[in-house]
Design a protein around this ligand. Structure first.
Ligand code: NDP
Length: 418
Protein backbone atom coordinates (compact mmCIF):
# COMPACT_ATOMS: atom_id res chain seq x y z
CA UNK A 1 0.00 0.00 0.00
CA UNK A 2 1.31 3.42 -0.89
CA UNK A 3 -1.32 5.53 0.88
CA UNK A 4 0.14 7.48 3.79
CA UNK A 5 -2.92 9.18 5.32
CA UNK A 6 -5.28 6.87 7.23
CA UNK A 7 -8.45 8.55 6.05
CA UNK A 8 -11.62 6.58 6.69
CA UNK A 9 -14.78 6.47 4.60
CA UNK A 10 -17.90 5.23 6.42
CA UNK A 11 -20.74 4.17 4.11
CA UNK A 12 -24.35 4.22 5.42
CA UNK A 13 -26.03 6.55 7.88
CA UNK A 14 -28.21 4.27 10.01
CA UNK A 15 -27.95 3.32 13.68
CA UNK A 16 -24.74 1.35 13.18
CA UNK A 17 -23.08 4.15 11.18
CA UNK A 18 -23.89 6.54 14.01
CA UNK A 19 -21.84 4.36 16.39
CA UNK A 20 -19.04 3.90 13.84
CA UNK A 21 -18.80 7.67 13.30
CA UNK A 22 -18.58 8.42 17.04
CA UNK A 23 -16.03 5.68 17.68
CA UNK A 24 -13.86 6.71 14.67
CA UNK A 25 -13.94 10.28 15.98
CA UNK A 26 -12.80 9.05 19.42
CA UNK A 27 -9.83 7.35 17.69
CA UNK A 28 -8.81 10.13 15.34
CA UNK A 29 -5.30 10.04 16.72
CA UNK A 30 -4.98 6.79 14.70
CA UNK A 31 -7.06 7.80 11.68
CA UNK A 32 -6.77 10.82 9.41
CA UNK A 33 -9.88 12.57 8.16
CA UNK A 34 -13.20 10.85 8.75
CA UNK A 35 -15.85 10.92 6.01
CA UNK A 36 -19.43 9.69 6.09
CA UNK A 37 -21.43 9.00 2.92
CA UNK A 38 -24.93 7.66 2.37
CA UNK A 39 -27.90 7.90 0.01
CA UNK A 40 -29.47 10.65 2.09
CA UNK A 41 -26.89 13.32 2.98
CA UNK A 42 -29.21 14.86 5.60
CA UNK A 43 -28.83 11.67 7.68
CA UNK A 44 -25.02 12.00 7.46
CA UNK A 45 -25.28 15.65 8.53
CA UNK A 46 -27.41 14.67 11.54
CA UNK A 47 -24.73 12.15 12.60
CA UNK A 48 -22.00 14.77 12.10
CA UNK A 49 -23.99 17.13 14.32
CA UNK A 50 -24.35 14.45 17.01
CA UNK A 51 -20.57 13.79 16.91
CA UNK A 52 -19.94 17.53 17.28
CA UNK A 53 -22.57 17.93 20.05
CA UNK A 54 -21.11 15.11 22.12
CA UNK A 55 -17.55 16.33 21.53
CA UNK A 56 -16.53 12.86 20.41
CA UNK A 57 -13.40 13.83 18.42
CA UNK A 58 -10.23 13.05 20.37
CA UNK A 59 -8.35 15.75 18.43
CA UNK A 60 -10.43 18.65 17.16
CA UNK A 61 -11.81 17.88 13.69
CA UNK A 62 -15.03 17.77 11.70
CA UNK A 63 -16.87 14.82 10.21
CA UNK A 64 -17.09 15.32 6.44
CA UNK A 65 -20.38 14.24 4.83
CA UNK A 66 -21.32 13.23 1.26
CA UNK A 67 -24.32 12.00 -0.73
CA UNK A 68 -23.48 8.66 -2.38
CA UNK A 69 -25.29 5.87 -4.18
CA UNK A 70 -23.08 2.99 -3.08
CA UNK A 71 -24.57 0.68 -5.72
CA UNK A 72 -22.74 2.82 -8.28
CA UNK A 73 -19.17 1.46 -8.20
CA UNK A 74 -17.72 4.38 -10.16
CA UNK A 75 -19.31 6.90 -7.78
CA UNK A 76 -17.67 5.06 -4.85
CA UNK A 77 -14.33 4.98 -6.74
CA UNK A 78 -14.57 8.74 -7.37
CA UNK A 79 -15.32 9.51 -3.72
CA UNK A 80 -12.52 7.25 -2.43
CA UNK A 81 -10.08 9.07 -4.76
CA UNK A 82 -11.42 12.52 -3.92
CA UNK A 83 -10.95 12.04 -0.17
CA UNK A 84 -7.92 9.70 -0.41
CA UNK A 85 -9.58 7.03 1.74
CA UNK A 86 -7.32 4.34 3.20
CA UNK A 87 -10.09 2.23 4.74
CA UNK A 88 -13.79 1.88 3.87
CA UNK A 89 -16.13 0.81 6.67
CA UNK A 90 -19.25 -0.37 4.89
CA UNK A 91 -22.24 -0.21 7.24
CA UNK A 92 -24.78 0.53 4.55
CA UNK A 93 -27.43 -2.02 3.65
CA UNK A 94 -25.98 -5.46 2.72
CA UNK A 95 -27.22 -4.90 -0.85
CA UNK A 96 -24.27 -2.54 -1.48
CA UNK A 97 -21.41 -4.89 -0.47
CA UNK A 98 -20.32 -6.04 -3.92
CA UNK A 99 -20.25 -2.61 -5.57
CA UNK A 100 -18.30 -1.16 -2.63
CA UNK A 101 -15.86 -4.09 -2.72
CA UNK A 102 -15.26 -3.54 -6.44
CA UNK A 103 -14.50 0.12 -5.76
CA UNK A 104 -12.03 -0.88 -3.02
CA UNK A 105 -10.28 -3.30 -5.38
CA UNK A 106 -10.04 -0.67 -8.11
CA UNK A 107 -8.54 1.91 -5.71
CA UNK A 108 -6.57 -0.52 -3.48
CA UNK A 109 -8.45 0.53 -0.37
CA UNK A 110 -9.01 -1.72 2.66
CA UNK A 111 -12.60 -2.90 3.11
CA UNK A 112 -14.69 -3.85 6.17
CA UNK A 113 -18.35 -4.81 6.49
CA UNK A 114 -20.67 -6.25 9.13
CA UNK A 115 -23.16 -8.34 7.14
CA UNK A 116 -23.08 -10.75 4.22
CA UNK A 117 -24.15 -9.57 0.74
CA UNK A 118 -27.75 -10.14 -0.19
CA UNK A 119 -29.32 -10.17 -3.63
CA UNK A 120 -32.57 -8.21 -3.15
CA UNK A 121 -34.51 -10.68 -5.31
CA UNK A 122 -33.40 -13.82 -3.44
CA UNK A 123 -33.81 -15.15 0.07
CA UNK A 124 -31.74 -17.82 1.77
CA UNK A 125 -29.47 -19.03 -1.00
CA UNK A 126 -27.55 -22.33 -1.01
CA UNK A 127 -24.82 -22.62 1.65
CA UNK A 128 -22.09 -21.62 2.18
CA UNK A 129 -23.41 -18.12 1.54
CA UNK A 130 -19.98 -16.42 1.34
CA UNK A 131 -19.04 -18.69 -1.59
CA UNK A 132 -21.94 -17.32 -3.66
CA UNK A 133 -20.57 -13.77 -3.71
CA UNK A 134 -17.76 -12.48 -1.45
CA UNK A 135 -15.28 -15.36 -1.63
CA UNK A 136 -15.33 -15.15 -5.44
CA UNK A 137 -13.30 -11.95 -4.98
CA UNK A 138 -10.79 -13.43 -2.54
CA UNK A 139 -8.14 -14.02 -5.18
CA UNK A 140 -8.50 -10.48 -6.52
CA UNK A 141 -7.98 -9.02 -3.02
CA UNK A 142 -4.94 -11.28 -2.47
CA UNK A 143 -3.49 -10.27 -5.85
CA UNK A 144 -4.00 -6.58 -5.05
CA UNK A 145 -2.59 -7.04 -1.53
CA UNK A 146 -5.68 -5.32 -0.13
CA UNK A 147 -7.31 -6.35 3.17
CA UNK A 148 -11.04 -7.13 3.22
CA UNK A 149 -12.47 -8.24 6.58
CA UNK A 150 -15.92 -9.71 6.14
CA UNK A 151 -18.65 -9.58 8.77
CA UNK A 152 -16.78 -7.74 11.51
CA UNK A 153 -19.80 -6.60 13.55
CA UNK A 154 -20.80 -8.48 16.71
CA UNK A 155 -22.58 -11.45 15.19
CA UNK A 156 -21.08 -12.04 12.71
CA UNK A 157 -17.79 -10.62 13.89
CA UNK A 158 -16.87 -10.75 17.57
CA UNK A 159 -18.55 -14.17 17.91
CA UNK A 160 -16.22 -15.48 15.15
CA UNK A 161 -13.28 -14.31 17.29
CA UNK A 162 -14.92 -16.02 20.31
CA UNK A 163 -15.18 -19.24 18.26
CA UNK A 164 -11.46 -19.11 17.46
CA UNK A 165 -10.61 -18.44 21.10
CA UNK A 166 -12.92 -21.25 22.21
CA UNK A 167 -11.13 -23.70 19.94
CA UNK A 168 -7.73 -22.49 21.23
CA UNK A 169 -8.90 -22.90 24.87
CA UNK A 170 -9.42 -26.66 24.52
CA UNK A 171 -7.08 -29.55 23.70
CA UNK A 172 -6.32 -29.71 19.98
CA UNK A 173 -9.17 -30.99 17.76
CA UNK A 174 -11.45 -31.80 20.71
CA UNK A 175 -14.10 -29.11 20.30
CA UNK A 176 -17.40 -30.73 19.38
CA UNK A 177 -19.92 -27.88 19.67
CA UNK A 178 -20.04 -24.12 19.27
CA UNK A 179 -23.43 -22.60 20.10
CA UNK A 180 -23.68 -18.86 19.42
CA UNK A 181 -26.48 -17.34 21.52
CA UNK A 182 -27.85 -13.84 20.90
CA UNK A 183 -30.24 -12.48 23.53
CA UNK A 184 -31.68 -9.00 23.58
CA UNK A 185 -33.35 -8.63 26.98
CA UNK A 186 -34.04 -4.95 26.34
CA UNK A 187 -37.33 -3.16 25.87
CA UNK A 188 -38.05 -0.32 23.39
CA UNK A 189 -41.62 0.37 24.45
CA UNK A 190 -43.14 0.20 20.91
CA UNK A 191 -45.93 -2.21 19.90
CA UNK A 192 -43.58 -3.80 17.37
CA UNK A 193 -40.18 -2.85 15.96
CA UNK A 194 -37.01 -4.50 14.73
CA UNK A 195 -33.60 -3.57 16.10
CA UNK A 196 -32.02 -3.10 12.70
CA UNK A 197 -33.30 -2.69 9.16
CA UNK A 198 -36.67 -4.55 9.19
CA UNK A 199 -36.14 -5.75 5.63
CA UNK A 200 -32.83 -7.41 6.53
CA UNK A 201 -34.16 -8.60 9.89
CA UNK A 202 -37.16 -10.40 8.38
CA UNK A 203 -35.18 -11.77 5.44
CA UNK A 204 -33.01 -13.60 8.02
CA UNK A 205 -36.01 -15.55 9.31
CA UNK A 206 -38.34 -16.18 6.38
CA UNK A 207 -36.21 -18.85 4.71
CA UNK A 208 -35.15 -22.30 5.84
CA UNK A 209 -32.76 -22.47 8.80
CA UNK A 210 -29.29 -23.80 7.92
CA UNK A 211 -27.07 -25.09 10.72
CA UNK A 212 -23.82 -27.06 10.71
CA UNK A 213 -24.33 -30.39 12.47
CA UNK A 214 -22.31 -33.60 12.27
CA UNK A 215 -20.06 -31.89 9.70
CA UNK A 216 -22.92 -31.27 7.27
CA UNK A 217 -25.59 -28.67 6.56
CA UNK A 218 -28.88 -29.44 8.22
CA UNK A 219 -32.19 -27.70 7.50
CA UNK A 220 -34.99 -26.80 9.91
CA UNK A 221 -37.91 -24.41 10.00
CA UNK A 222 -37.71 -21.16 11.92
CA UNK A 223 -38.88 -21.50 15.56
CA UNK A 224 -38.78 -25.32 15.23
CA UNK A 225 -35.87 -25.94 17.64
CA UNK A 226 -35.70 -24.15 20.99
CA UNK A 227 -33.18 -24.05 23.82
CA UNK A 228 -33.28 -22.47 27.27
CA UNK A 229 -30.20 -21.12 29.03
CA UNK A 230 -29.56 -19.45 32.36
CA UNK A 231 -27.23 -16.68 31.24
CA UNK A 232 -25.20 -14.09 33.12
CA UNK A 233 -27.05 -10.82 33.89
CA UNK A 234 -30.06 -11.52 31.58
CA UNK A 235 -31.10 -14.73 33.41
CA UNK A 236 -33.18 -17.59 32.00
CA UNK A 237 -33.82 -17.03 28.27
CA UNK A 238 -35.29 -19.02 25.38
CA UNK A 239 -33.65 -18.91 21.98
CA UNK A 240 -34.37 -20.58 18.62
CA UNK A 241 -32.14 -22.26 16.07
CA UNK A 242 -31.66 -19.65 13.32
CA UNK A 243 -29.71 -19.29 10.10
CA UNK A 244 -26.88 -16.76 10.28
CA UNK A 245 -23.86 -15.50 8.33
CA UNK A 246 -21.09 -16.72 10.62
CA UNK A 247 -21.90 -20.42 10.23
CA UNK A 248 -21.04 -20.05 6.54
CA UNK A 249 -17.37 -19.29 7.27
CA UNK A 250 -16.80 -20.92 10.68
CA UNK A 251 -17.62 -24.41 9.38
CA UNK A 252 -14.84 -24.03 6.82
CA UNK A 253 -12.19 -22.31 8.94
CA UNK A 254 -12.56 -24.25 12.22
CA UNK A 255 -12.57 -28.00 12.50
CA UNK A 256 -15.75 -28.27 14.61
CA UNK A 257 -18.56 -30.72 13.76
CA UNK A 258 -21.47 -28.77 15.30
CA UNK A 259 -21.85 -25.00 14.93
CA UNK A 260 -25.27 -23.47 15.57
CA UNK A 261 -26.73 -20.00 15.95
CA UNK A 262 -29.55 -19.26 18.41
CA UNK A 263 -31.56 -16.04 18.48
CA UNK A 264 -33.74 -15.02 21.40
CA UNK A 265 -37.34 -14.06 20.57
CA UNK A 266 -40.20 -13.07 22.82
CA UNK A 267 -43.71 -14.54 22.35
CA UNK A 268 -44.96 -11.19 21.04
CA UNK A 269 -42.30 -10.96 18.28
CA UNK A 270 -43.06 -14.53 17.22
CA UNK A 271 -46.82 -13.87 17.08
CA UNK A 272 -46.50 -10.71 15.00
CA UNK A 273 -43.89 -12.32 12.75
CA UNK A 274 -46.20 -15.33 12.23
CA UNK A 275 -49.14 -13.13 11.24
CA UNK A 276 -47.07 -11.01 8.84
CA UNK A 277 -45.50 -14.07 7.25
CA UNK A 278 -48.74 -16.03 6.90
CA UNK A 279 -50.43 -13.04 5.28
CA UNK A 280 -47.61 -12.84 2.72
CA UNK A 281 -46.49 -9.45 3.99
CA UNK A 282 -42.87 -10.56 4.38
CA UNK A 283 -42.48 -11.56 0.73
CA UNK A 284 -39.56 -10.03 -1.19
CA UNK A 285 -41.37 -10.67 -4.50
CA UNK A 286 -43.28 -7.72 -6.07
CA UNK A 287 -47.10 -7.83 -6.27
CA UNK A 288 -49.60 -5.59 -8.07
CA UNK A 289 -52.44 -3.86 -6.23
CA UNK A 290 -55.94 -3.52 -7.78
CA UNK A 291 -54.92 0.03 -8.74
CA UNK A 292 -51.99 -1.32 -10.77
CA UNK A 293 -49.37 -0.19 -8.28
CA UNK A 294 -46.43 -2.59 -8.05
CA UNK A 295 -45.13 -3.01 -4.50
CA UNK A 296 -42.82 -5.35 -2.60
CA UNK A 297 -44.78 -6.33 0.56
CA UNK A 298 -41.61 -6.53 2.68
CA UNK A 299 -40.67 -2.97 1.72
CA UNK A 300 -44.16 -1.74 2.62
CA UNK A 301 -43.89 -3.37 6.07
CA UNK A 302 -40.48 -1.70 6.49
CA UNK A 303 -41.99 1.67 5.58
CA UNK A 304 -44.68 1.45 8.28
CA UNK A 305 -42.48 0.15 11.11
CA UNK A 306 -40.45 2.46 13.37
CA UNK A 307 -37.01 3.42 12.07
CA UNK A 308 -34.67 1.27 14.24
CA UNK A 309 -32.51 4.29 15.09
CA UNK A 310 -35.61 6.04 16.53
CA UNK A 311 -35.84 3.36 19.26
CA UNK A 312 -32.64 4.50 20.94
CA UNK A 313 -33.81 7.27 23.31
CA UNK A 314 -36.26 5.05 25.24
CA UNK A 315 -34.49 1.70 25.03
CA UNK A 316 -33.68 0.08 28.39
CA UNK A 317 -32.21 -3.27 29.40
CA UNK A 318 -29.27 -5.33 28.28
CA UNK A 319 -28.04 -7.68 25.57
CA UNK A 320 -26.05 -10.86 26.14
CA UNK A 321 -24.31 -12.35 23.12
CA UNK A 322 -21.79 -15.14 23.37
CA UNK A 323 -20.53 -18.60 22.47
CA UNK A 324 -20.96 -21.79 24.46
CA UNK A 325 -18.09 -24.05 23.46
CA UNK A 326 -17.74 -27.74 24.39
CA UNK A 327 -14.55 -29.76 24.23
CA UNK A 328 -11.87 -31.48 26.25
CA UNK A 329 -9.50 -29.52 28.48
CA UNK A 330 -6.54 -31.55 29.80
CA UNK A 331 -8.50 -34.62 28.79
CA UNK A 332 -11.69 -33.71 30.69
CA UNK A 333 -15.07 -32.67 29.22
CA UNK A 334 -15.83 -28.99 29.77
CA UNK A 335 -18.17 -26.27 28.52
CA UNK A 336 -17.21 -22.59 28.58
CA UNK A 337 -19.14 -19.41 27.75
CA UNK A 338 -17.38 -16.41 26.18
CA UNK A 339 -19.69 -13.41 26.11
CA UNK A 340 -20.41 -9.70 26.24
CA UNK A 341 -23.11 -7.76 28.07
CA UNK A 342 -24.15 -4.42 26.57
CA UNK A 343 -26.58 -1.86 27.97
CA UNK A 344 -29.00 0.05 25.69
CA UNK A 345 -29.18 3.17 27.85
CA UNK A 346 -25.42 3.43 28.32
CA UNK A 347 -24.94 3.10 24.56
CA UNK A 348 -27.45 5.88 23.94
CA UNK A 349 -25.79 8.16 26.45
CA UNK A 350 -22.36 7.58 24.93
CA UNK A 351 -23.07 7.67 21.18
CA UNK A 352 -26.82 8.25 20.69
CA UNK A 353 -27.65 4.69 19.48
CA UNK A 354 -29.28 1.62 21.06
CA UNK A 355 -27.34 -1.42 22.22
CA UNK A 356 -27.77 -3.54 19.07
CA UNK A 357 -26.31 -0.80 16.88
CA UNK A 358 -23.59 -0.32 19.50
CA UNK A 359 -22.52 -3.96 19.56
CA UNK A 360 -22.48 -3.97 15.73
CA UNK A 361 -20.72 -0.61 15.31
CA UNK A 362 -17.81 -0.75 17.78
CA UNK A 363 -16.12 -3.90 16.31
CA UNK A 364 -15.56 -2.57 12.74
CA UNK A 365 -13.87 0.50 14.24
CA UNK A 366 -11.62 -1.73 16.38
CA UNK A 367 -10.81 -3.70 13.20
CA UNK A 368 -10.08 -0.48 11.29
CA UNK A 369 -7.69 0.59 14.07
CA UNK A 370 -5.92 -2.79 13.82
CA UNK A 371 -5.61 -2.32 10.06
CA UNK A 372 -4.29 1.22 10.52
CA UNK A 373 -1.71 0.05 13.08
CA UNK A 374 -0.71 -2.87 10.84
CA UNK A 375 -1.78 -5.63 13.29
CA UNK A 376 -4.60 -6.86 11.06
CA UNK A 377 -3.08 -6.12 7.68
CA UNK A 378 -4.02 -9.43 6.10
CA UNK A 379 -3.43 -8.24 2.52
CA UNK A 380 -6.25 -10.49 1.36
CA UNK A 381 -9.92 -11.23 2.07
CA UNK A 382 -10.59 -12.90 5.42
CA UNK A 383 -13.36 -13.75 7.85
CA UNK A 384 -12.75 -12.70 11.44
CA UNK A 385 -11.81 -16.17 12.76
CA UNK A 386 -8.82 -16.21 10.40
CA UNK A 387 -7.21 -13.32 12.30
CA UNK A 388 -5.47 -13.25 15.71
CA UNK A 389 -8.40 -12.58 18.07
CA UNK A 390 -6.29 -11.35 20.99
CA UNK A 391 -5.52 -7.72 20.01
CA UNK A 392 -9.14 -7.37 18.86
CA UNK A 393 -10.56 -8.55 22.20
CA UNK A 394 -8.13 -6.34 24.15
CA UNK A 395 -9.11 -3.31 22.09
CA UNK A 396 -12.84 -4.00 22.44
CA UNK A 397 -12.35 -4.21 26.22
CA UNK A 398 -11.10 -0.62 26.10
CA UNK A 399 -13.71 0.60 23.61
CA UNK A 400 -16.88 -0.26 25.56
CA UNK A 401 -17.45 -3.93 24.61
CA UNK A 402 -15.73 -6.01 27.32
CA UNK A 403 -15.48 -9.77 26.85
CA UNK A 404 -15.97 -12.13 29.77
CA UNK A 405 -15.38 -15.86 30.11
CA UNK A 406 -17.14 -18.39 32.33
CA UNK A 407 -15.20 -21.61 32.86
CA UNK A 408 -14.34 -23.88 35.75
CA UNK A 409 -12.19 -21.09 37.21
CA UNK A 410 -15.24 -18.77 37.46
CA UNK A 411 -16.42 -15.67 35.59
CA UNK A 412 -13.90 -12.98 34.65
CA UNK A 413 -12.81 -10.40 32.10
CA UNK A 414 -10.98 -12.02 29.20
CA UNK A 415 -7.79 -10.17 28.30
CA UNK A 416 -4.45 -11.10 26.83
CA UNK A 417 -0.90 -10.02 27.49
CA UNK A 418 0.76 -9.69 24.11
P1 NDP B 1 -30.03 1.03 8.54
O1 NDP B 1 -31.02 0.44 7.64
O2 NDP B 1 -30.45 1.85 9.70
O3 NDP B 1 -28.98 1.89 7.69
C1 NDP B 1 -28.53 1.49 6.43
C2 NDP B 1 -27.97 2.70 5.76
O4 NDP B 1 -27.49 2.31 4.46
C3 NDP B 1 -28.98 3.80 5.56
O5 NDP B 1 -28.45 5.01 6.01
C4 NDP B 1 -29.19 3.83 4.04
O6 NDP B 1 -29.37 5.10 3.50
C5 NDP B 1 -27.85 3.33 3.56
N1 NDP B 1 -27.96 2.82 2.20
C6 NDP B 1 -28.79 1.88 1.72
N2 NDP B 1 -28.62 1.74 0.40
C7 NDP B 1 -27.66 2.63 0.04
C8 NDP B 1 -27.06 2.97 -1.18
N3 NDP B 1 -27.41 2.37 -2.32
N4 NDP B 1 -26.11 3.90 -1.19
C9 NDP B 1 -25.75 4.54 -0.04
N5 NDP B 1 -26.29 4.26 1.15
C10 NDP B 1 -27.24 3.31 1.19
O7 NDP B 1 -29.14 -0.20 9.05
P2 NDP B 1 -28.26 -0.36 10.37
O8 NDP B 1 -27.46 0.87 10.60
O9 NDP B 1 -29.09 -0.88 11.46
O10 NDP B 1 -27.28 -1.55 9.89
C11 NDP B 1 -26.20 -1.29 9.01
C12 NDP B 1 -25.53 -2.59 8.61
O11 NDP B 1 -25.09 -3.28 9.77
C13 NDP B 1 -26.48 -3.55 7.88
O12 NDP B 1 -25.71 -4.20 6.88
C14 NDP B 1 -26.85 -4.56 8.95
O13 NDP B 1 -27.22 -5.79 8.41
C15 NDP B 1 -25.56 -4.63 9.72
N6 NDP B 1 -25.71 -5.12 11.10
C16 NDP B 1 -24.77 -6.02 11.54
C17 NDP B 1 -24.86 -6.51 12.82
C18 NDP B 1 -23.78 -7.41 13.33
O14 NDP B 1 -23.69 -7.61 14.55
N7 NDP B 1 -22.93 -8.00 12.51
C19 NDP B 1 -25.96 -6.16 13.73
C20 NDP B 1 -26.83 -5.10 13.20
C21 NDP B 1 -26.72 -4.65 11.92
P3 NDP B 1 -30.78 5.88 3.57
O15 NDP B 1 -31.03 6.04 5.03
O16 NDP B 1 -30.53 7.15 2.90
O17 NDP B 1 -31.76 5.01 2.91
Amino acid sequence: MTKQAKNVLIIGAGGVAQVVAHKCAMANDVFGQIHLASRTKAKCDAIAQSVADKGSFKHEAVLHTHALDALDTQAVVALIRQIDAHIVINVGSPFVNMSVMDACLETKTHYLDTAIYEDPAKICEAPPWYANYEWKKKEAFAKAGVTAILGVGFDPGVVNAYARLGVAYFDQDTVTDIDIIDINAGSHGKYFATNFDPEINFREFTGVVYSWQNNAWQTNQMFEVKRTDDLPVVGVQNSYLSGHDELHSLHKNLNVPNIRFWMGFGEHYMNVFGVLKNLGLLSEQPIKTAEGLEVVPLKVVKAVLPDPSSLAPNYTGKTCIGNKVKGKKDGNDEEIFIYNIADHKEAYEEVGSQGISYTAGVPPVAAAILIATGEWNAGTMVNVEELDARPFINLLNQMGLPTRIQDKEGDRLLEFSL
